[in-house]
Design a protein. Structure first.
Length: 123
């Protein structure tokens, strides 16, 4: 297949084969599986113990804040590593150093704000 539409035809063929494979696998699963529903299989499983209480559990907001701060500093690391690799290049320039200083400064201000609001205290 050549030409402009050849690439689209290849993509369409690949998508069709993928969908066909999915449909064949799901049909085979439905035909070959055992189906014996029971009341015991429909109950909630909780670590081998009988379930106690309702199904609503409330989490404190500080756990979400910890997760948010982790994501924030993980993203910082993702941006810092490529910068550190390129920093060895002599044509890097002072502009990039100033830009990275501003980036790290803004993140440090965020950490300082979280520390002052006592978000980082576990208890």
């Amino acid at each position: 297949m050549g030409g402009y539409l050849g690439s689209y035809a290849t993509l369409g063929l690949l998508l069709a084969v993928g969908v066909l494979f999915f449909l064949v696998a799901m049909t085979a699963n439905r035909l070959l599986r055992t189906n014996r529903p029971s009341a015991a299989k429909s109950t909630t499983y909780e670590c081998g113990l009988d379930p106690v209480g309702g199904d609503w559990a409330q989490a404190q907001i500080r756990y979400y804040v910890y997760a948010y701060l982790y994501v924030l500093f993980a993203v910082e690391a993702v941006f810092l590593f490529p910068w550190a690799v390129i920093f060895d290049d002599p044509g890097f320039g002072m502009t990039a150093v100033v830009e990275m200083g501003i980036f790290v400064g803004v993140l440090a201000l965020g950490l300082l704000y979280a520390w002052r609001k006592r978000v980082l205290q576990w208890t």
